[in-house]
Design a protein around this ligand. Structure first.
Ligand code: MF3
Ligand code: CO
Ligand code: CO
Length: 275
């Protein structure tokens, strides 16, 4: 007798609803994906030095990812032709790796997403190239502080608005601005799932967090105004006022009591330390 097979692909299309994952398999899948993206971003750290091209960093991370039995999620995604995004100085996000040579004083965000057994792990970090100035160090510190403040709000019963509010408070208290045009996202079997995770907002607004929700938090912070424009390559987003921009991103899951960071660095390299 013929039975209609269950189509996995039908089960995972983006709708307005926020998915709640159940069972150990989902958690273990996200841990494996998050661990690998963290390891890839750890691995690249000693190579982010003056003189290297962003294309060489892309090659290294692609090879590392494939060597570990995973797929680079960005490669081929909506026509994107690289593995990672490399966003330097006033580039807000989605900078495309290529011939650009990193130079002393640059700050660069490397954003990478892996697929391990169908589960996505998405994370990005800032890297300082050689010696960076005090303004750049302050920007990076505030960006990481804002992410930490947002993550600290994650527990069942709080809302997505609580996360956005906490991020925005930290950024604006330091007279910097939160980018509005890009946001975090649900993640899991899909790369970009519901909801849009805003990095600004009001306390108590938005959907309520429930155990088993998986999503990213990835604030982009500008030293100047929040406005961005996308260059003619269709990807590279830059600050309109050419001010410096920084970002960092974790993939997380809501637990019964709080939050689990899937993409933490076991080497302690997620947040750059200066001096
Ligand atoms: N990793 C990015 C994110 O945080 C997405 C990059 S867009 C891509 O969602 F086209 F490069 F994949
Ligand atoms: Co990302
Ligand atoms: Co993301």
């Amino acid at each position: 007798m013929y039975e209609t097979p269950e189509l996995d692909s039908d089960a995972f299309v983006r709708t307005h609803e926020i998915r709640v994952y159940e069972g150990d398999e989902a958690w273990e899948g996200m841990r494996a994906a998050g661990r690998l993206v963290g390891q890839a971003l750890d691995m690249i750290t000693p190579f982010v030095v003056p003189g290297v091209t962003t294309g060489e960093l892309d090659d290294r991370i692609r090879e590392f990812t494939l060597d570990h039995g995973a797929l680079p999620a960005c490669l081929g995604y909506k026509g994107y032709e690289k593995t990672i995004c490399t966003s330097i100085n006033h580039v807000v996000c989605h900078g495309i790796p290529g011939d650009r040579v990193l130079k002393d004083g640059d700050i660069v965000n490397i954003d990478h997403t892996v697929i391990v057994d169908g589960w996505h792990g998405d994370s990005s970090r800032m890297y300082a190239v050689g010696e960076i100035n005090a303004r750049a160090r302050k920007l990076i510190d505030v960006t990481y502080d804002s992410l930490e403040a947002g993550l600290a709000m994650i527990k069942p019963g709080n809302t997505f608005g609580d996360i956005g509010y906490a991020i925005q408070q930290v950024v604006e208290a330091n007279r910097m601005s939160v980018v509005r045009d890009f946001c975090g996202h649900g993640i899991g079997r899909l790369f970009h799932d519901s909801p849009n995770v805003l990095h600004y907002g009001r306390r108590g607004e938005g959907a309520t967090l429930k155990p088993g929700m998986f999503f990213t938090v990835e604030p982009m912070v500008n030293l100047g105004k929040p406005h961005v424009k996308v260059l003619s390559d269709g990807w590279t987003a830059v600050t309109r006022d050419k001010s410096l921009s920084a970002q960092c991103e974790h993939s997380v899951g809501v637990t019964e009591t709080g939050v689990e960071l899937f993409s933490a660095s076991s080497a302690g390299l997620f947040r750059p330390k200066f001096g």
